[in-house]
Design a protein around this ligand. Structure first.
Ligand code: NAD
Length: 471
């Protein structure tokens, strides 16, 4: 049993003022593996005060100083890659494939922002005006449980590049991972107060940060419902907000796609991070003319997907993070059947051979139309819908007929053809034929998938305020 009873303020691990304690679980076994003592409003005040004091010097630091800090952070995080991987497997249940992406990604976030910073123009002349990009003020980061290290590191890296100090509130369900990453960040030896990390519930610590008068900007990743609450709380003091929210991404198979190549990629996009991914391609849009063949191939490919404890390297789908999340996904599998969709794979209950752990049977529905709730709402588990389309215009119409617009996937035998379709998609990112991740490209969504963009130069802009001096 792990006991997490400190938070990190002004360069030190300290006992929180808050006294509430929450349990921590291993989702693959359902066993309680620890407890976390949570912060409260007083802890938020203390953390903001430390960040505000540190802002004076960080906001005036040179590019070279910040680049040095980012390199130290990279070294400190990379040094404990194997501990970070173990904690992520135990507390989150991530399979090896996701850990293999996530842990290095957390460390390299600092190097990517160091590179971005090198080339960033903080001073620009526009006509008579001299424009300077100034750090916006103390920032808050509020992050979810589905990629704890990645979000903490990428938001902190961007804030430091901008010369902005930060108070971070990670998910209360990721406290063991948070403890480890905080130890790494501490080892980087940054000046006190540059970053502060407060564990706590969203409605307590998250809400206090979103309303705090000394916070100038909130960078949030999480659900659309929480994003709305943060936007409302932030509006009182006109905080800058970046919201990275949910998705219901179209996964479009064009009629010229080579199904031998494409079907595994379609499933990989749909089941990314055990289905607990904002970018998961959960609506598979299939040409009517090839529907039967696509159903058969999907069902066959799913039968080879291994669900289980991430300790097993063959596993590609791990458990849901909590009992609540398991119940929620089960309720959507029931709902799909009630709405008249057909199961071509999976269904309710646990996968065969797994009698405990929050595991879901990888599920695919056919006979789905885009008005059904299973096609419109984010399920956040390994549950996919196949939606038939008549022609390309119809496919694009369905793809864009959603409240979300985070990411889309297009598969075609001809890249130019795929690009023509991509140009008509309302989403922050369109991935063609399983193209690899491009971390420095802007990340964020259209419509209710969020406001603003994160990381790289676009993310850096969002932590800065332009000031024009005319002479
Ligand atoms: P969540 O919205 O429940 O929680 C996210 C964070 O917000 C947590 O730290 C939580 O404690 C905090 N929070 C909760 N209520 C709050 C409040 N009233 N005020 C301030 N903070 C509050 O989301 P989750 O369940 O942790 O994560 C899953 C969701 O995150 C999904 O909807 C998913 O799509 C989304 N997500 C989006 C992205 C993206 O980049 N767009 C990435 C990952 C996850």
């Amino acid at each position: 049993m792990r006991t997490i009873d400190t938070i990190y303020i002004n360069g030190r691990f300290v006992q929180p003022h808050g006294t509430e304690v929450a349990p921590l679980f291993n989702p693959a076994t359902e066993e309680q593996i620890g407890t976390v003592r949570l912060g409260d409003e007083q802890d938020v005040d203390n953390a903001v005060r430390a960040a505000k004091a540190a802002f004076q010097s960080l906001s005036r630091s040179s590019k070279a100083d910040r680049i040095a800090m980012l390199h130290s952070l990279n070294k400190a995080v990379s040094a404990r890659a194997s501990d970070l991987a173990d904690a992520m497997r135990e507390e989150y249940g991530a399979p090896a494939s996701f850990i293999g992406f996530s842990v290095p990604h957390a460390g390299t976030a600092f190097l990517h922002m160091a590179d971005t910073l090198k080339d960033y123009e903080f001073r620009r002349r526009i006509g008579r005006a001299e424009v300077e990009m100034k750090p916006a003020g103390v920032a808050a980061a509020i992050t979810p449980w589905n990629s704890n290290y990645g979000f903490i590191c990428s938001k902190l890296a961007t804030a430091i590049a901008a010369g902005t100090t930060m108070v971070i509130k990670p998910s209360e369900m990721s406290a063991i991972q948070t403890q480890l990453i905080t130890e790494c960040l501490h080892d980087a030896g940054l000046p006190n107060g540059v970053f502060n990390i407060v564990n706590g519930y969203g409605h307590v610590v998250g809400a206090a940060l979103s309303a705090h008068r000394d916070i100038a900007k909130v960078s949030f990743t999480g659900s659309t419902a929480t994003g709305r609450a943060i936007l409302q709380a932030a509006s009182k003091s006109m905080k800058r907000v970046t919201l990275e929210l949910g998705g219901k991404s179209p996964n479009i198979i064009l009629d010229d796609a080579d199904l031998d190549v494409v079907i595994p990629q379609v499933l990989a996009a749909g089941f990314a991070n055990s289905g607990q991914a904002c970018i998961a391609g959960t609506r598979i849009l299939a040409p009517q003319s090839r529907l039967e063949e696509i159903h058969d191939r999907l069902a066959n490919a799913v039968s080879m997907v291994k669900v289980g404890n991430g300790k097993d390297p063959a596993v590609t789908i791990g458990p849901m993070v909590s009992q609540k999340q398991w119940d929620r996904v089960q309720s959507y599998i029931r709902l799909g059947q009630e709405e008249g969709a057909h199961l071509i794979a999976g269904g309710e209950g646990r996968p065969e051979g797994l009698d405990h752990g929050w595991f879901i049977r990888p599920t695919i529905f056919s006979n789905v139309n885009n008005d059904m709730r299973i096609a419109r709402e984010e399920i956040f588990g390994p549950v996919l819908c196949v939606i038939p389309y008549r022609d390309e215009t119809h496919a694009i119409e369905i793809a864009n007929d959603t409240d979300y617009g985070l990411q889309a996937y297009v598969f075609s035998g001809d890249t130019e053809h795929a690009k023509q379709v991509a140009n008509r998609i309302e989403a922050g990112r369109v991935v063609i034929n399983g193209a690899p991740h491009e971390p420095l490209a802007p990340f964020g969504g259209f419509k209710q998938s969020g406001i603003g963009r994160e990381f790289g130069a676009f993310g850096l802009d969002s932590f800065l305020e332009p000031r024009a001096v005319l002479s």
